[in-house]
Write a protein that binds this ligand. Structure first.
Ligand code: GN1
Ligand code: MG
Length: 365
């Protein structure tokens, strides 16, 4: 894979260009490019990504979704006379052949975005201010998209948050036991058996159309929001590949899952993993401050169960991938997916212990 030749498909007339691996995504390959134009000496930075087309079967559909979303947000920002709009929505850079994606000779899919300057992302933190800003950004994003017809975006991964199908995938991986890892996960299997009831109630509500289907982000980790490095305020929600019709309770829940642990996603010391109610309050406050006018009572009443269930679903996805030999999520050591799963399950225990208090906090806010 020759990155320089890929870069030449997007830029002509450049003299200096360097790039480095960027970010911590588990799926795509991401690089930061620094470029100087030959004609005028102007410097600029961009994000280059190779889309994982094993995970995203149709990268062209993703780009179509991203265009729809970014244009929609941009129009809203213009209407509100907001400043700095180029830092508040994604800018897709076209190839020199005027395409949103470049497909190389090995069938890899490449895209480029304008890099949003003076911004930072957070993997984990105990700063309530930062978590409030991140939660507000996701809340604002949901509200900005709330007048879009859900079917105007296409599903990029079918059944992404389908509880039942994720459970079936886990059971299949367990029965196949391709890598002989089943013996290492007896506690986790017990945990799932014991806690399956958490799935059942929400599954039933979803089947009964209890929640409106919205255009949702579906990957609301802390590190998918850019914060302004000067003001600390939310600038732009990124990683729009999983934008699909979905449920707000899972966007809130995945945010809680990722924001609440002040430790890496695969932390080995589980005593560090627990829910801090003050942090939960900051996240909830931020999210609700931007979504109060759109959420239904049913959605609000189920924010806490949404958090538990999405954490379980993602924990189970890590476990499934562990059984399948780490084919889906990038890993940097052998047991990382199992460690990631254990963190999620520990978090669920802590959420269950604090469920009533969490619900009380939501109610109060
Ligand atoms: C993946 O690409 P990244 O790291 O933002 C995954 C999410 C998981 C997350 C867990 C397309 O997100 O669903 O919740 O890892 N994305 C996809 O950290 O599967
Ligand atoms: Mg992602």
């Amino acid at each position: 894979m020759n990155i320089d030749s890929i870069i030449n498909e997007f830029f002509k007339d450049i003299v200096v260009c360097n790039y480095k691996v960027f970010g911590n995504g588990h799926i795509n390959d991401t690089y930061l490019l620094n470029i100087v134009y030959k004609s005028n000496g102007i410097k600029d930075s961009f994000i280059l990504q190779r889309i994982n087309h094993i995970v995203f079967k149709d990268p062209l559909i993703i780009m179509k979704n991203i265009r729809i979303i970014s244009d929609h947000i941009r129009i809203k920002l213009e209407k509100n006379n907001e400043i700095d709009i180029d830092r508040k929505s994604l800018n897709i850079i076209k190839t020199i052949d005027n395409q949103d994606i470049y497909i190389d000779e090995n069938n890899n899919y490449w895209r480029v975005f304008l890099y949003i300057k003076d911004s930072e992302t957070i993997e984990f933190t105990n700063s309530k201010e930062k978590l409030f800003a991140i939660a507000s950004a996701y809340g604002k994003f949901l509200t900005q998209l709330s007048d879009l017809e859900p079917n105007s975006v296409t599903q990029t991964i079918p059944n992404f948050h389908n509880i039942k199908i994720r459970f079936e995938e886990f059971k299949l991986a367990l029965s196949q036991n391709k890598y002989n890892r089943k013996a290492n996960i007896s506690d986790e299997i017990k945990f799932l058996k014991l806690n399956k009831y958490e799935f059942n109630d929400l599954e039933e509500k979803i089947l009964k159309d209890f929640f409106p289907i919205r255009v949702t982000h579906n990957d609301t980790k802390t590190n998918n929001v850019l914060l302004d490095s000067q003001t600390g305020k939310g600038l732009c929600v990124v990683d729009l590949d999983t934008i699909m019709p979905g449920y707000s309770i899972f966007d809130f829940g995945d945010l809680v899952r990722s924001a609440i642990r002040n430790a890496p996603e695969s932390e080995k010391d589980l005593s560090k993993i627990y829910i801090d109610l003050e942090i939960f309050t900051a996240i909830t406050k931020g999210f609700l401050s931007e979504t109060r006018n759109i959420l239904t009572q049913n959605e609000i009443d189920n924010l806490v169960s949404g958090s538990i269930v999405i954490t379980m679903m993602i924990g189970m996805r890590f476990l499934t991938d562990y059984l399948n030999g780490d084919k889906y999520f990038k890993t940097s050591y052998n047991e990382q997916n199992l460690d990631r799963c254990r963190v999620q399950f520990k978090l669920i225990n802590s959420m269950q212990e604090n469920k009533d208090k969490m619900k009380e906090i939501v109610k109060k806010l």
